[in-house]
Design a protein around this ligand. Sequence first.
Ligand SMILES: *Cc1c(COP(=O)(O)O)cnc(C)c1O
Length: 234
Amino acid sequence: MTRTTVDAHQIAANVERLRARVADVAETHGRSPADITVIAVSKTHPREAIDAAWSAGVRDFGESRVQELREKIREPMPDGSRLHLIGQLQTNKVRDALRLVDVVHAVDRERLVDVLAREAERIALRLDVLLQVNIAREAQKGGCTPDDAGEILALIKAHSSLNAAGLMTIAPNVDDPEDTRPTFRALRLLRDRLATPDVPLTMLSMGMSNDFPAAIAEGATHIRVGSAIFGSRG
Ligand SMILES: *Cc1c(COP(=O)(O)O)cnc(C)c1O
């Protein structure tokens, strides 16, 4: 599944182009580019792709599967990098996941909160987690409903081993990326509603290769970009 040839020059050029675009869109919407972190989603791409993006200055990486990640980081991750687990997480993979990743994006149910909290506590970790919300209520997608978000968030906050860092969503696939804006706006407004002074939920993880400009326009702090950096996943 992973490809063996990696074009480091192409990846560096893609990172450069993406940075320019992020800066451009941010400024258009009166935001500082420094407030937007690109998470390079390296799933299905080999370890060399991660190293190439790191050489181009990327420090945040996203992976979907614990098993794949484990194989990819037999060699420790390059200095200063942060790993974001962005895919659905099964409770039986939590123990492995917490040895490997810095942030878990797809927390969406009470049972997963319980298992994450217990495991994080066992290894004396304060784990950054994001509550994934299925804003558009798409049947095939992960994430809690907006109605359940408050309750699950309260459960996260009840555990000192978890830090509720923010919210995450995946927008519906639409022809015109601008049509994703209501979804991203709804996540931001939900965040504004759920935020408190002690738990400000600063991270808004939203936007991918095709729709990150709309997400930035609506306040994304973290965009998860795969194909625009590493090429298609074949
Ligand atoms: C694969 C994936 C991405 C990146 O998708 P691209 O379209 O390649 O940018 C972002 N977020 C999640 C949750 C993903 O699974």
